[in-house]
Design a protein around this ligand. Structure first.
Ligand SMILES: Nc1ncnc2c1ncn2[C@@H]1O[C@H](COP(=O)(O)OP(=O)(O)OP(=O)(O)O)[C@@H](O)[C@H]1O
Ligand SMILES: [Mg+2]
Length: 147
């Protein structure tokens, strides 16, 4: 799927939002500045968040809770994570009990990334914008809107 500009990336996030529930992990890969945060802002908007969601580059985890969003959700950016062990301290496993996780730089988790994660990859394709590629685990097969 080709996303021609930032609005299209955000719109793709909005399209995914209704299918996300507590316990779901959406992993967003792609180079620096490719549009991962932009996609997450679309998801958050689709979940009802009305505002400019900051990038979690420094906080690493930014939680959102109802009523500003339909379900609890954590926006996570692991770019600054040095080792996958450090991830334990973020408490993502606990958060997953009642929240969805939207994770930028999921490769920082190595093999700690949940295997049931919906994997979305964004690639810069020059003047055409970005290409979105999905890798769909069994639990998403019946509901992924990008298939
Ligand atoms: N489909 C698109 N076509 C062209 N530009 C886009 C597209 N989607 C997003 N962008 C632009 O990409 C830029 C970077 O976006 P964003 O901050 O979301 O990237 P990121 O992947 O989160 O970066 P980082 O790795 O630093 O977290 C923004 O200026 C945004 O407007
Ligand atoms: Mg980002």
């Amino acid at each position: 799927m080709i996303l021609k500009d930032a609005e299209a990336t955000e719109a793709a996030g909005r399209i995914l939002a209704p299918y996300i529930g507590p316990g779901d992990v959406v992993a967003l890969s792609g180079d620096l500045g490719v549009g991962k945060t932009c996609f997450v802002r679309g998801v958050l908007a689709g979940l009802g968040f009305d505002g400019e969601a900051p990038s979690p580059s420094y906080a690493l985890v930014i939680p959102y809770a109802p009523p500003s969003v339909r379900i609890p959700v954590c926006h996570v950016d692991l770019y600054r994570l040095k080792t996958s062990e450090e991830a334990e301290e973020l408490g993502l496993d606990d958060a997953l009990a009642d929240s969805a996780l939207l994770i930028e730089w999921p490769e920082r988790l190595g093999d700690r990334l949940w295997w049931e994660a919906l994997k979305i990859r964004l690639d810069d394709v020059g003047p055409k914008g970005r290409r979105l590629t999905v890798s769909v685990p069994p639990s998403w097969e019946a509901r992924c809107p990008f298939l």
